[in-house]
Design a protein around this ligand. Structure first.
Ligand code: ADP
Ligand code: MG
Length: 245
């Protein structure tokens, strides 16, 4: 089961992973009010079960609360078509308003189950951002992998190796190592099938922050997580998928 970015972000925060200040809005008025609270310079992000939003106009940087309201008005009630949706796109019913960060570097971090090994694998790349698919296709050697032990977990030295592979500044190494360990706990303790942070960013003052968050939950384990099961958004699914839930 897929969940929205704002829901994934709540989970990350619970586990201590830093994310930008943000709030979610269902109307342009709410969006404006939230943007105002954050000082006006914000990013308006369509909440849909698909990536590729940036390139499709679903992530927009604005400089005032008024503009945030206008962009929210444009997005809410439409369907967003990205390279990860079908030609009909997916409905935008909510937008997330996030504080705009001053980004120095965009990195990539994700965790999936490697079916062949039968264990979680953590992937890290210093070449994160909207073109990670191209990195994977053309220069796969730029993606560093570490395997978690299903019983013991992810060892601290693996987490540190991953942080080094991300090429974060020295002063951010410790915080990045902790972030990776916390993200691994998100994956294990919520029975995820995917946790992806793209981009993980280094800000101008060397803070390391999860700017985007994607979580897929393992359907077969949802009975263990009643509170997560309720995060389902049937409107994001096509009719066939809706019938399956
Ligand atoms: P998607 O992966 O669906 O395209 P992202 O959340 O990754 O959406 O956003 C796309 C891009 O927009 C990011 O790579 C980043 O450059 C920019 N961006 C997103 N959120 C912020 C933010 N809070 N502050 C500054 N830039 C942002
Ligand atoms: Mg992204």
């Amino acid at each position: 089961m897929n969940i929205h970015e704002y829901q994934a972000k709540n989970i990350l925060e619970k586990f201590g992973v830093p994310t930008p200040n943000s709030d979610v809005a269902s109307t342009a008025g709410e969006a404006k009010e939230i943007a105002d609270r954050f000082g006006g310079r914000v990013v308006v992000k369509a909440q849909v079960h698909a990536g590729g939003r940036g390139k499709a106009g679903g992530v927009r940087l604005v400089n005032s609360a008024k503009q945030a309201g206008q962009v929210a008005e444009e997005l809410i009630g439409t369907r967003l078509i990205t390279n990860q949706t079908g030609p009909n796109g997916v409905p935008v019913e909510k937008v997330m308003i996030a504080e705009a960060l001053d980004i120095k570097d965009e990195l990539y971090l994700s965790i999936v189950i490697d079916g062949d090994i039968g264990a979680p694998v953590v992937m890290a790349s210093s070449e994160g951002g909207v073109d990670i698919e191209e990195v994977a296709a053309t220069t796969p050697e730029k993606i560093f992998r570490a395997i978690g032990d299903p019983l013991i977990g992810l060892s601290p030295y693996h987490a540190r190796d991953l942080a080094i592979a991300l090429k974060v500044p020295d002063e951010s190494l410790r915080a990045t190592t902790k972030l990776i360990i916390d993200l691994y706990r998100v994956f294990i303790e919520n029975d995820c099938s995917l946790v992806e942070v793209n981009p993980l960013v280094v800000t101008n003052d060397n803070a390391v922050i999860a700017l985007d968050a994607k979580i897929n939950l393992e359907d077969d384990a949802l009975f263990r997580h009643q509170e997560l099961a309720s995060l389902i958004d049937l409107n994001q699914l096509d009719p066939l998928e809706q019938r399956a839930y």
